[in-house]
Design a protein around this ligand. Structure first.
Ligand code: SAH
Length: 525
């Protein structure tokens, strides 16, 4: 039995059914047919019956529908239907219709082409053109049946577009994996958690001025006899031994700042010294060097796109570090040019004893940071009340605050810090980094890193180096990048750093140098 409605459908829409985006896919054909031809509410018509009906038409009129096998379909969609329609011969189908329902289709046969076009308004072979037609026709008023057909087509096209847009393409996945393999890594040295080892080790070490000076190796065998495995553990793990002083009160427990404690000579809490045998240090550094060398040679052979980098990264060398020592309040930011990414760690006046000068709120808010980017991303470190101020300033500079990264601070023992140096109601053990986006930077790589950094605290105000990698993965290593309020330890290849504690200037970009010279001239004039 030939399903006449299905035959009508195939005749009317044949051109669309074998072209993009349907491409003769049986499941898609079924969705369209059900949406257009089957009265709403009839859910009993199944995909299996649809396939049977198609087969019966194909068998009744040999050659009218040509199938092809696609084994990939079964793998991709775990579908049991592995064939798709490669070709529909509308002439043969019309003949069949004519035989089944004589004369009723005389006119239709003649106009079958135009019918098909009307049924599916998006008739062009190009998917984008089809979508544009679909969008245009969505507002036109049509008769009921026509608009129903149209709705189904439009719905179908939009769902296909959505599928295309949300599909994570293979090159992207491969690129990410590749980046993972090409990112230099250093070996992780585990920390020994055996307290007996620490106390044994403390009897062997000779400590002067909070530094381990030597170890009594002669006593090692005695310790080994007392605690088997001690020697082996010493060679492969980091050990911490308590650095006891006359003022140390063991009942108080660990100092929260540990090695970054400002009052080491008077603090009554327990502090630690780190012990890593020289042989282990050497082994790890040699292994890391070798690994990085392998990575370098591997990198030089990469000739295609990886996530966030174009092929030129493999042969283009990075611009060496650049820096300018200046007072940002008196600097002309136009000297610097435009950047893809900016990091700013303003010296907010947070009423604390800081080892550097700060700026007041007005001075910071009035910095012309709106001049630095046409579009791109700006990272702004904020603290306490500056969180709100920072958000406001970002908006004023033309940014939308899209995210906030938290830096969870850890101490020497890789534990979170429990008694922060700042905080009114609760102790601060994290810092906040606002992420502002300006314009519509489609070129920024998304979804690579987290909005979280867990890393060790260092000197006062010094921020974690992990951020540089995150920024570089977002905008690419060769993009222009600026750090404002940076110090000497912040300068790095591919970045321009400005701040008033930097030692002198170092500029490699000739246009920046020219503008800087004329800025100096005009300032002195
Ligand atoms: N992010 C940095 C710390 C920045 S601390 C790090 O990781 O180490 C703030 C810096 O801004 C200090 O070096 C301070 O001297 C500098 N600074 C303060 N006022 C400034 C001004 N008006 N112009 C330039 N730099 C200034």
């Amino acid at each position: 039995m030939v399903n006449l409605e299905l035959l009508d459908f195939l005749i009317e829409s044949h051109a669309q059914l074998v072209a993009e985006p349907v491409m003769g896919n049986m499941e898609d054909l079924f969705v369209l047919y059900k949406g257009i031809y089957i009265a709403s509410g009839d859910d009993s018509y199944s995909l299996e019956r649809f396939v049977e009906d198609i087969d019966s038409i194909a068998n009744t009129s040999k050659g009218s529908i040509v199938f092809e096998e696609n084994r990939l379909l079964s793998i991709e969609k775990s579908s049991h239907i592995t064939k798709y329609i490669k070709l529909i011969d509308v002439y043969l189908l019309n003949l069949l219709h004519e035989q089944l329902v004589p004369s009723s289709r005389v006119n239709r046969t003649k106009n079958s082409k135009t019918d098909a076009v009307e049924c599916a308004p998006a008739s062009s072979s190009n998917l984008m053109d089809r979508l544009m037609v679909a969008l245009d026709s969505a507002i036109e008023i049509k008769s009921d049946i026509e608009s129903r057909k149209e709705k189904v087509w439009n719905h179908y096209l939009f769902s296909k577009l959505d599928e295309l847009l949300t599909t994570n393409v293979g090159s992207n996945i491969l690129g990410k994996e590749r980046a993972m393999h090409n990112t230099p890594v250093a070996e992780f040295i585990p920390i020994c958690a055996n307290t007996e080892h620490s106390s044994l080790l403390s009897t062997l070490l000779y400590i002067v001025n909070n530094k381990i000076v030597s170890m009594q190796t002669t006593k090692l065998s005695k310790c080994e006899a007392q605690c088997p495995g001690f020697k082996e553990c010493l060679l492969n793990n980091i050990h911490y031994v308590s650095n006891l002083k006359p003022q140390t009160d063991l009942t108080l427990g660990d100092c929260s700042y540990l090695d970054t404690c400002h009052k080491l000579s008077t603090c009554r809490y327990v502090h630690y010294l780190q012990y890593i045998p020289q042989s282990l240090k050497e082994r790890v550094s040699k292994e890391s060097q070798e690994m990085n060398k392998i990575m370098e040679t591997k990198n030089s052979k990469i000739s295609y796109y990886t996530h966030g980098e174009c092929c030129s990264s493999s042969f283009k060398t990075l611009l060496p570090p650049q820096w300018i020592c200046c007072d940002v309040r008196k600097f002309d930011f136009r000297v610097l040019g435009k950047f893809s990414a900016v990091i700013a760690d303003p010296a907010w006046n947070i009423h604390m004893n800081l080892p550097y000068g700060t700026c007041n709120d007005i001075e910071l808010l009035e910095l012309p940071l709106d001049q630095l980017q046409e579009e791109g991303v700006l990272f702004l470190w904020v603290t306490g009340r500056a969180i709100e101020l920072g958000k406001e300033s970002l908006t004023n500079w033309g940014y939308e605050v899209v995210n906030e990264i938290a830096w969870i601070k850890t101490n020497q023992l890789s534990r979170t810090i429990v008694t922060g140096r700042t905080g009114h109601w609760l102790n601060h053990s994290k810092e906040h980094l606002l992420v502002g986006i300006k314009g519509k930077p489609e070129w920024i790589n998304r979804n690579i890193d987290l909005d979280l950094i867990v890393s060790i605290t260092r000197e006062t105000s010094r921020k974690p180096d992990e951020l540089y990698g995150m920024v570089e993965r977002m905008v690419g290593t060769h993009a222009r990048k600026l750090e404002i309020f940076g110090r000497n330890h912040n300068v790095r290849p591919g970045w321009l750093t400005i701040g008033n504690q930097l030692t002198g200037n170092c500029i490699h970009e000739m246009d920046v140098q020219e503008r800087y010279d004329s800025f100096l001239n005009s300032a002195s004039a």
